[in-house]
Write a protein that binds this ligand. Structure first.
Ligand SMILES: Nc1ncnc2c1ncn2[C@@H]1O[C@H](COP(=O)(O)OP(=O)(O)O)[C@@H](O)[C@H]1O
Ligand SMILES: [Mg+2]
Length: 273
């Protein structure tokens, strides 16, 4: 099976990117997959979710990007050097903090947009999950270029449809310029309010944008916020909770889609020989 590098992308903030990236990574790790979670948001929320606010790792993604600004024959080994073990079996983390933001202009000026992809080139993880910032900027673009699959978290408010159209354009551009094989896995609907006309109407419009919806929807629960404070993915801390069950089912559905795709690709390769 080929490696899965999944970016959880939406330039809109507060839609659940970090929550989803961390919990899908935890699902993969729980299934015994060797998993790497990359926090690529200078706010460092995924890092805090896994390590807590007071536990800043010595090396972060900024150290790797900093090395990319100089000629350095050990750059590849530096990417391995910034990877940390976590308390969760099978889950490793590349942490992030504000230092990343300070490098942005230099990285842009020196055209270092491919460096995250380069860093990931020789890694042996089964699954990689990337949590980008809530922006359409250098760092989120670098994540889209490094990924093999994109997953789009969406909430049902009035701005979601505009955001979804923008995402479609961004993906088209990234595919055309840098990453033609980027696969759009689909949308994850977060904080869906069952039974409300408003949410149902927005969902109907979202479907028209053309992305598949990965079911089930994730309900709203205070347990999600609590899990951030508990410094433990909800799928590990509250395994029987409806939100955790939703995450596990979403993870399984993504895996099934992914594996079906793989089989189809292998079949096409076999029959073309
Ligand atoms: N299903 C949910 N139910 C309740 N709160 C949620 C849910 N999903 C996310 N949140 C909360 O919403 C806020 C934004 O989520 P986050 O994952 O940080 O989004 P993003 O990374 O897109 O900015 C966080 O406080 C998080 O705890
Ligand atoms: Mg976030």
């Amino acid at each position: 099976m080929s490696q899965k590098i999944r970016v959880i992308y939406n330039q809109k903030g507060g839609v659940g990117k970090t929550t989803i990236a961390v919990n899908l990574a935890a699902c993969a790790a729980m299934k015994g997959k060797r998993t790497l979670l990359i926090d690529s948001d200078p706010q460092g929320n995924a890092t805090s979710y896994i390590l807590g606010h007071n536990n800043q790792p010595e090396k972060t993604l900024a150290d790797y990007y900093e090395s990319c600004l100089h000629i350095n024959i050990f750059r590849q080994s530096l990417f391995d050097y910034i990877i940390h073990k976590t308390n969760i079996p099978n889950l490793h983390l590349i942490a992030c903090n504000r230092e990343l933001e300070e490098l942005r202009t230099k990285l842009e000026n020196k055209h270092k947009i491919m460096k995250l992809k380069d860093g990931l080139k020789n890694n042996t993880y089964d699954h990689v999950y990337i949590d980008p910032p809530p922006a359409n900027d250098f760092f989120s673009l670098a994540c889209l270029i490094a990924a093999t699959e994109i997953i789009i978290p969406i909430d049902c408010d009035a701005f979601s449809i505009k955001a979804a159209h923008e995402i479609k354009n961004t993906i088209e551009e990234v595919k055309q310029d840098h990453n033609p094989n980027l696969l759009i896995r689909g949308m994850i609907v977060n904080q869906f309010q069952k039974g409300t006309k408003h949410s149902a109407g927005i969902l109907q419009d979202l479907r028209k944008v053309g992305f598949d919806i990965i079911e089930p929807f994730i309900p709203t629960s205070i347990k999600v916020r609590e899990s951030h404070s508990e410094v433990k993915p909800i799928v590990l801390g509250h395994q029987d909770h409806t939100v955790s069950q939703a995450f596990v089912n979403i993870f399984n559905n993504i895996e099934n889609l992914s594996n079906k795709n793989e089989k189809k690709k292998n079949y096409e390769l076999d029959t073309s020989i």
